[in-house]
Ligand binder design. Structure first.
Ligand SMILES: Cc1cc2nc3c(=O)[nH]c(=O)nc-3n(C[C@H](O)[C@H](O)[C@H](O)COP(=O)(O)O)c2cc1C
Length: 206
């Protein structure tokens, strides 16, 4: 059965969002050309001006949805200031969308260290070399910084920079959308009042 042959009841009958999200992500891993965990991350600056860019989802469970970044980047500063964010996944191969939003928390140092250490050495060097979202005078300046940090960390472990960690979005709502003929799509939203509360399910007009 292909994704588009699934009947509406396959997901609209789910009683909670996390296992449904896990099922959809697994299906996306099989069908997407690349980066099934790529997701648009929306933040807002303290003046209320929104901002959106892609990131990679690096973990999810009942506590929430985790991404890693430079805390001095634009998104990092915005989430530190507002403690709110939203995400939107679009899996073209499945004609599905999932969006969620809620308050954000910072992952524990242990969690961030574990993920950082799992990254390739070059990516760990890159985290040191990139002053993400700040002006860069030339590509050469970046390559020079990479060479300097490579030499500095020629032997031994590369520690996680203290400005590099993860945010966890603790969703207050998660909406699942699946394409149906004639734009009569299926939409189901799970909502709750607090990040630890129980879910209420609402089916919505497309
Ligand atoms: C598919 C994809 C995945 C990305 N994943 C990440 C990520 O996980 N973390 C990150 O900091 N930037 C990631 N980026 C780069 C961001 O989109 C963005 O350019 C960068 O983080 C700076 O954003 P900011 O200035 O809004 O902070 C990714 C870009 C693409 C296209």
């Amino acid at each position: 059965m292909t994704a588009n042959e699934l009947t509406s009841s396959d997901f609209t009958e789910a009683s909670e969002p996390f296992s449904l999200f896990g099922t959809w992500l697994k299906e996306a891993e099989k069908s997407e050309v690349n980066d099934p965990n790529a997701v648009a991350l929306a933040t807002v600056d303290p003046d209320g001006m929104p901002n959106v860019r892609m990131v990679l989802l690096k973990g999810f469970d009942e506590r929430g949805f985790v991404l890693y970044t430079n805390f001095e980047s634009q998104k990092g500063r915005e989430m530190l200031a507002t403690r709110k964010a939203a995400m939107c996944f679009h899996w073209k191969s499945l004609r599905r969308q999932v969006r969620l939003r809620g308050p954000v928390e910072i992952v524990s140092d242990e969690e961030a260290d574990e993920y950082f250490m799992s990254r390739p050495r070059g990516s760990r060097i890159g985290a040191w070399a990139s002053k993400q979202s700040r002006p860069l005078e030339s590509r050469f300046a970046l390559e020079k910084a990479v060479a300097e940090y490579t030499a500095r960390h020629a032997i031994g472990e590369i520690p996680r920079p203290d400005y590099w960690s993860g945010f966890r979005i603790r969703p207050l709502s998660i909406e699942f959308w699946h394409d149906r003929p004639f734009r009569l799509h299926d939409r189901v939203e799970f909502r709750r009042e607090t990040p630890d509360g129980g879910w209420m399910k609402v089916r919505m007009y497309p």
